[in-house]
Write a protein that binds this ligand. Structure first.
Ligand SMILES: CC(C)(COP(=O)(O)OP(=O)(O)OC[C@H]1O[C@@H](n2cnc3c(N)ncnc32)[C@H](O)[C@@H]1OP(=O)(O)O)[C@@H](O)C(=O)NCCC(=O)NCCS
Length: 209
């Protein structure tokens, strides 16, 4: 499998992949000029589209190993152009409901996550360690639910939004597209598209000029 990214989140994803028994792993980083050619002296780091395409001909599975919804979407598009297929990685310690759960392609469901029944997670989203998605939650495409965030029943999160670490989103709250919820927030009101909210209770942060 090819992991897109070779730092930060990719290093965390490596732990999940190894715990899933994946050993034939390659990483991809064409951005860092000082990227090592191996991770942990063991996993090759490819750094050109040609190498990535060659690898995907042999094993078409690719996982997103970076944070940030828009970047994840761009890399997902690149994978498809190169002939690869976006693969979802689900940690063995994640608890995923057995009823009416839809998990689209290209997800990262990290260690200790709870996904309850009747939950939908859109393509390319990252559900980070110990986050909880309760019944009837809908998470859009290319979202990021950060470590320990709690989305309570019937919460909806629009495409490209981020819910910060440890935030609690109260039942039935709707978070728009491209919105950001700060770490530790308690969200008691709907959040508009592209709005940034933080605090307890969460309030909009002034826009930076
Ligand atoms: C909310 C957030 C997006 C704001 O980022 P920002 O626009 O760069 O804002 P700044 O850091 O300039 O802070 C602006 C103000 O908001 C406050 N603030 C920032 N984050 C806050 C938070 N999570 N809760 C409460 N207040 C917060 C700052 O103290 C500052 O207040 P001040 O103007 O009185 O000094 C960011 O701080 C955050 O919480 N991101 C989520 C991070 C996360 O969980 N990452 C997970 C990675 S795995």
């Amino acid at each position: 499998m090819l992991v897109l990214g070779a730092r930060g989140h990719a290093i965390e994803l490596l732990q999940v992949l190894e715990d899933n028994g994946e050993t034939d792993l390659y990483f991809y980083d064409d951005v860092s000029h000082d990227a090592p050619n191996q991770l942990f002296g063991r996993y090759p780091v490819l750094c050109s589209p040609t190498e990535a395409m060659q690898h995907l001909r042999h094993d078409s599975r690719a996982a997103l190993g970076i944070g940030g919804g828009r970047l994840r979407e761009r890399l997902g598009g690149q994978v498809r152009q190169w002939g690869g297929q976006l693969h979802s990685v689900v940690a063995p310690s994640a608890s995923v409901g057995r009823h009416a759960v839809v998990l689209e392609a290209g997800l990262n469901v990290m260690h200790g996550v709870l996904i309850s029944n009747e939950v939908h997670v859109g393509e390319g989203s990252l559900i980070n360690a110990r986050a909880t998605l309760h019944h009837n939650v809908v998470v859009g495409r290319y979202c990021e639910v950060s470590p320990g965030a709690q989305l309570l029943g019937h919460v909806r999160v629009g495409d490209y939004s981020q819910v910060g670490a440890g935030a609690v989103v109260m039942p039935r709250i709707i978070i728009g597209q491209g919105a950001t919820v700060g770490a530790g927030a308690v969200v008691t009101r709907h959040v508009a598209d592209n709005e940034v909210v933080a605090g307890v209770p969460a309030r909009p942060l002034p826009r930076k000029s």
